[in-house]
Structure formats: C-alpha cells, structure tokens
Write a protein that binds this ligand. Structure first.
Ligand SMILES: Cc1cc2nc3c(=O)[nH]c(=O)nc-3n(C[C@H](O)[C@H](O)[C@H](O)COP(=O)(O)OP(=O)(O)OC[C@H]3O[C@@H](n4cnc5c(N)ncnc54)[C@H](O)[C@@H]3O)c2cc1C
Length: 407
C-alpha cells in the first residue's frame, strides 16, 4: 500500500495478509501454517530472547489423554503431524517417546485415582510401589502409595518453536522484534501499533499466551481468557539420569484453573487474588541432561516470593526424588494461558473487525500443530472448518469451539 506523507515524502508501507502477535509455540506454529497457505505474514514478538511459557515448558505430549471423540481425533492428528514435522521443518525437535510416571501420594486413594484415569483414550497402567521404583529408580518409595504409567511423547518446545520460525522465514514470512500496544480497524485493515511503528494487515491473530487478555484489553476488547503465574526451577545439564517424566497423578492446577475462572469479574480487578497457590511436583530431563522442576501455579503475581518458591519446590521434589536435593538450579517465572472450559479460544473476536484469537489450550503442545493447520485451512477457505457458532455467555465474544473446527 502506498501512502503520501504530509511532508510530501513517499512512504511505502507494507500491508500483510496476516499479523500474528506472539512467537511462542502457538504463534510460531500458526505463522508457519498461514505462510504455508500462501499468505503474507508478519510475526511480531516482543522479546528477542524467549522468556515465555514455551521456554519453561516440560515439553510433554499427552497423545493418550483424549476424553471425547473430538479430542481423540485431534490427538490422532497431532501424532500424525509430529511424525512428519522434523522432516518438514528440517530440524531436530528432539521428538521421542518417554515413560510418564504419575505418582500417587502416600496418603491418597489409589483405586479412586485409577478409576479417574479410565476416562482417557489410552488408560495408564497401575503400578505398585515396587514396580514404580523399578521404572524410576530415583523415586523415594516412602513418598508414594503407587503410580500410573503411560507412554508420553516429548519434544524440546523451544527447539520446535525455533524450527517453526525458521521454516516460516524460509517461506518468506517476516519476523519483527517489537511490542504490540494496540489494535485498530479502519479502511478495511487492521493497524497494529507497536512501541516503534504501526503495521497493517487485513487480519491479525493474537497468540500472546497469558498476556493476550491484557493486550486486548488495551484496545477495549474483553475476552474470557485467563492465566496462571507458573514458577519452576531449571538446572544446567546434570550427571543424574532420570528414567521417566515424573508428575503427580492428580494435577491441582486443573482445579485451580476451574475455580479461579468461575467468576470473570475477579479478573477485571488486578488486585484480586482468585485462589491461593498450588504446587504440582514434577520433573523432566531434556536430552542435554538439564532438568525442569516444577511447578507452582498462582493466580496472582509471584511478587517477591521467589525465595519461598524455591524452597517450596526444592522440598517437594527432594521428598519424591531425594537425588535431586542439591542440584544447582535457577528459578524462572512465566504466564500460562487457560480458558474456562479447557477448550481453546480460537476464532474471530466479535464486535471487532479482523481481530482473531488463538490461545487458551489445555494441552497445547499436542493440540496446536493440528489446530494451526486447520485454522490456516479455514481462513484460506480450503478447509471444512469456518463456522463460528457459539455466542459466548457474555454476549461479546464468538467462539469457534473444537466441535466446529472439526466439522
Ligand atoms: C512448567 C510448565 C510446564 C509445561 N508443560 C507442558 C507440557 O508438558 N505439555 C504441554 O502441552 N504444555 C505444557 N505447558 C504449557 C505450554 O508449554 C504453554 O502453554 C505453551 O507453550 C504456550 O505457548 P504460547 O505461544 O501460547 O505462549 P507463550 O509461550 O507464552 O508465548 C507468547 C508470546 O507472546 C509474546 N507477547 C506477549 N505479548 C506481546 C506483545 N504485546 N507484543 C509482542 N509479543 C507479545 C511473548 O513475549 C511470548 O513470546 C507447560 C507450561 C509450563 C510453564
């Protein structure tokens, strides 16, 4: 698009088909899929060095965790997608299979927890304490009353994101490091104001993870997307060798998310503290030998609780895996987006023109690759999807639920 400046200079302002805001796993995958469909795409990311939920993620792929025909379809699609992704992106994303060990606390009801897991497409196997310790020799046998195990996919989330971005750039996509401040729609295009510039596109899609809600609010757009403050410890490569990815069988985080999103109004007032913090003690070892130990989730700012958090994380993980007691580790914090009903927020935002959202995934590393592909097909008119049906309860926001996306 050509615009005459008031000073008489001729400024050439490039207008894109799509601007994707946020280059975490979600924005990188969607940017790539849109570019693959032939759209001109600008990816805007505020940080030159990733410091986001993708960066601190465990990288687990719970293909087994489908609970409905819809999520089963997506999990199957994701598996097929991951089988070709390393070749397609021409990168080593460290895609592999691990044994997931879901620990059951010493004072918990093993049978009730086993029953809970019967809902999943692939039911984990129940292990007694001895079997669990054979699978994961570093386990403290006194910390558990049993465990469940299932085959779990694994990637390096940062390498996968970088692989998506590199492939996106090879397709002619543009990446700018700049912070988006506001959206506007005029003259049939969206203007995206950043700290240094204004960019234009026919459409823009927000993939800013846990920051999406606040970012859209700056433009007067409200969406029911929430976030937790997650805190973890990360170690450099260590000599200790874990045999499994360890997580608790009952994740308190899901309860925290469900409870804290019951009343949207609480989220409109930043000083509110919807729920108290929880800790789901888990650890994963990456191929380079480094560990991520987590995970505290809070619905309010981590503030100056860093020292207490480190102590909390260390004491819980040493109880379960005593060999990790003295590993050198650094504390990290990030925001993790989630939605009210664990279905992602994917689609056009009503009462706005040209502004879309793609966030709030409960199982993002599995769901994003197939849904990014479907989203790109939908907007290019080549897919079956395209119906945005459900009017959100608050009457403002239309959602394209998984059901509609998969039609
Ligand atoms: C400890 C931990 C363990 C996890 N384990 C798993 C797991 O095993 N499996 C799984 O599926 N998921 C897991 N997750 C969740 C998952 O990794 C993340 O939810 C997912 O990577 C988020 O991707 P995203 O792109 O939506 O958000 P992010 O990675 O947070 O990226 C959002 C990006 O948007 C950018 N941005 C924000 N605002 C702006 C702006 N105004 N302008 C420009 N850029 C902006 C940010 O800088 C950021 O880079 C885990 C998360 C954590 C924290």
């Amino acid at each position: 698009m050509l615009i005459e400046s008031l000073l008489g200079k001729r400024l050439i302002m490039k207008s894109y088909d799509w601007i994707v805001v946020g280059a975490g796993f979600t924005g990188a995958a969607l940017g790539y899929e849109l570019a693959k469909k032939g759209f001109s795409v600008l990816l805007l990311e505020q940080d030159a060095t990733p410091d986001n939920a993708t960066r601190y993620s465990y990288g687990g792929l719970a293909f087994w965790s489908a609970t409905t025909p819809l999520t089963r379809k997506l999990c199957d699609e994701a598996k097929t997608r991951y089988d070709v992704l390393p070749q397609e992106l021409v990168a080593n994303i460290e895609f592999r299979e691990l044994d997931l060990l879901l620990t059951i606390d010493a004072d918990s009801d093993v049978d009730a927890i086993y029953k809970f897991y019967t809902r999943f497409a692939m039911q984990p196997t129940l292990l007694d304490v001895q079997q669990a310790c054979e699978l994961e020799p570093l386990l403290n046998k006194n910390s558990i009353s049993g465990a469940l195990t299932v085959k779990h996919g694994h990637i390096n989330p940062l390498k996968t994101t970088q692989a998506y971005i590199q492939a996106f750039l090879r397709l002619g996509g543009k990446l700018e490091i700049d912070r988006v401040l506001q959206f506007n729609y005029q003259n049939s295009q969206v203007s995206v104001k950043t700290t240094t510039d204004i960019y234009y596109a026919e459409k823009t899609v927000v993939c800013a993870g846990g920051i999406s809600r606040q970012l859209l609010k700056e433009s007067g757009i409200s969406i029911q997307l929430y976030f937790t403050h997650a805190e973890i410890l990360e170690t450099p490569p260590v000599d200790i060798k874990l045999s499994t990815l360890v997580m608790p069988a009952i994740l308190q985080r899901f309860q925290l998310e469900a409870k804290s999103s019951e009343n949207d109004e609480l989220w409109c007032e930043p000083s509110n503290e919807p729920e108290t913090a929880i800790l789901d003690a888990g650890v994963v070892q990456f191929l380079d030998g480094s560990l991520r130990i987590g995970q505290i989730s809070r619905t309010f700012s981590a503030g100056d609780s860093k020292d207490q958090s480190q102590e909390w994380l260390r004491s819980r993980i040493s109880h379960i895996l005593p060999a990790l007691t003295n590993v050198p580790a650094k504390w990290h914090h990030c925001l993790v987006a989630f939605s009210k009903d664990s279905l992602p927020l994917v689609g056009a935002i009503p009462n706005t023109e040209g502004i879309y959202i793609f966030s709030g995934f409960s199982n993002p590393l599995v769901l994003v690759p197939p849904l990014a592909e479907r989203f790109a097909s939908w907007v290019s008119g080549s897919g079956e999807v395209g119906r945005v049906l459900e009017v959100g309860r608050w009457g403002k926001f239309l959602r394209c639920t998984l059901k509609e996306l998969l039609r």
